[in-house]
Design a binder for this molecule. Sequence first.
Ligand SMILES: O=C(O)C(=O)C[C@]1(C(=O)O)C=C[C@@H](O)C=C1
Length: 283
Amino acid sequence: MTEIGYLGPKGTFTKLAVDTAFGDEVKQSFQTIPECIDAVDNGAIDIGVVPLENAIEGTVQITVDYLIHQVRLPVVAEIVVPIQQHLLVRKDFNGKLSDIQEVHSHSHAIAQCHQFLHQNLPHASTVFSTSTGKAAEIVSEQNEPIAAIGNKLAASEYGLQIYKANIHDYPNNHTRFLVLTKDRDLVQIKHEAHLERTSLLIGLPSDKPGALHQILSAFSWRKMNLSKIESRPTKTGLGNYFFIIDVDQPYDNVLFPGVKAELEALGCEVTILGTYPVYHMNI
Ligand SMILES: O=C(O)C(=O)C[C@]1(C(=O)O)C=C[C@@H](O)C=C1
């Protein structure tokens, strides 16, 4: 039976994404994103689902860096889900907002609610946890005036109440999750794909004038639509970067090999990270 790993424990957004995409398959929770990716790599599980990017806070850097520098796994699908952040407290908490001393959550969830916290809980300290589900678990176990930021699944899993709903700072909050596996045939998502996307990693030989312009030209004159470009440090010294580029079309045997050859002629190193369908889902 196919086993699917996710950032746990129960009640995380990743779990919601996995449940929506994979229904009743067997699932295993991991405490960190690298542990989940390692488990796919060493065969302990078949598929891993990890957060990649949030509409408010941007890239989940540990995911990108781990996939670039430590474990290269094929990306075979992307799941996009709406994210609604709520302020969760124990059911026996009946104080005021100003009584809350600590707010626990994943750093990305705290960042998505930064303005809310700044305006409504300026006196409370923020405490980072490994996930929103973990934060909810911590709050459920302590008889203290503390709160977690998380989703409604976390509220029901840990017996918490939603003290204030939808505290994320901007509407239209979504997170992209990557589905990673060595065996593409294992992944069957019963939804209609929104589009096909291809992600590339491009390394420059050295910093030189016009390098980025030349890279972008290779896509531009072929009329290939880029939906994201991001630089990440190569970790070899200040000023050295990789570019990660998302192209909103599937890999083909004409345009992509053409881009690759053109960029390699410029001295760039080009790696295809994956070509995959993108599913937009409601949770
Ligand atoms: O902590 C969780 O619930 C997660 O699934 C992680 C994560 C993230 O890393 O971005 C996923 C979705 C939300 O953007 C907030 C947190």
